[in-house]
Design a protein around this ligand. Sequence first.
Ligand SMILES: [Zn+2]
Length: 265
Amino acid sequence: MENRKIGALELIADPNIPVPHGFTTRMGGVSTGIFSSLNLGMHRGDDSKNVAENYRILCQALGFSEENLVLTHQIHSDLVRVVDRTDAGKGFDHRAYPQCDALVTNTPGVALMVFTADCTPVLLYDRVTGAVGAAHAGWRGTASGIVSKTVEAMVTNFGSKPQDLVAAIGPNIGACCFETDTDVPEAILSALGDTAAPYITRKGEKFHLDLKAINGLWLYRAGVQTVTLSDYCTACSPHRFWSHRVTNGQRGSQGAVILCKEIQL
Ligand SMILES: [Zn+2]
C-alpha cells in the first residue's frame, strides 16, 4: 500500500489495482474544526456545502464525475448490492441510497464508495473482467464474512474467478487499539474456528483483535490470493484519520472508493 498525493489530497492506494481508487485520509478537503478537512460523511454535523465540495475534490482528483458515484447507506449488515448506472449520481447523501454494507458492479463508469472511521474498508478488483467491489466490515460484518459475500456476489453476477481478484484492506482500528469484551472474539471464532485464533489476543479481562488479518482470512477462504493490508491504525493516527473510538463519535468519515473501467484487451 502506498501514499499518493494529488494536490492537497492524500490517499492510500494499492499498486496492484490499476483503476482509479483509494482510501481517503483527513487531508485535502475544505471542512473545518473537528471535520478538518476531507470529511465525506453527511449528517455528522458538518456543513453540507463543505462535504459536497470534498466529494468534488476527490472525484476530480481520481478523474471521474460525481454522477458516477454510488454510495452505501450502511447499517452494519452483511448485505451486498449489485449496482449499475441507474444507481449512480444520486448525490452525496448516503441516505438517498438503499441500505447495504457492500457494493459490486461490472458497469464501466460506475464508482463505488463505502465509509469508515475505525471499521475495515475493503476494495476488490477483477483483473480479467474489470468488475469491482467495495465493502464496509464492522466487527459484525467481519464476523458474518461480508467480504466473502462480496466475492461471492462478483462470482455469481459477473462470472469472476476468485483467483483473478485483487483485494486491498485499508486503514482501520488496529489490533493495538481494538479492545473488546468476549462478545467479539466469540462471534469471530464461531464463524471462522481456530484459524482466527492467532489474530485474537487476550489482555486481562479484554481481547485485542486484528480485524485486517481476520478479513484477510475470509478473503483467502473465498479463494482470493492477492490481498494487501494497510499498515495504518486509525486510532494511532488521529490527525491523519478519523477514529470513532478516539473521538467518541464526534468525527467525519473516510471513504474507500473504486471506479469500474472498461478492460483494455
Ligand atoms: Zn492503534
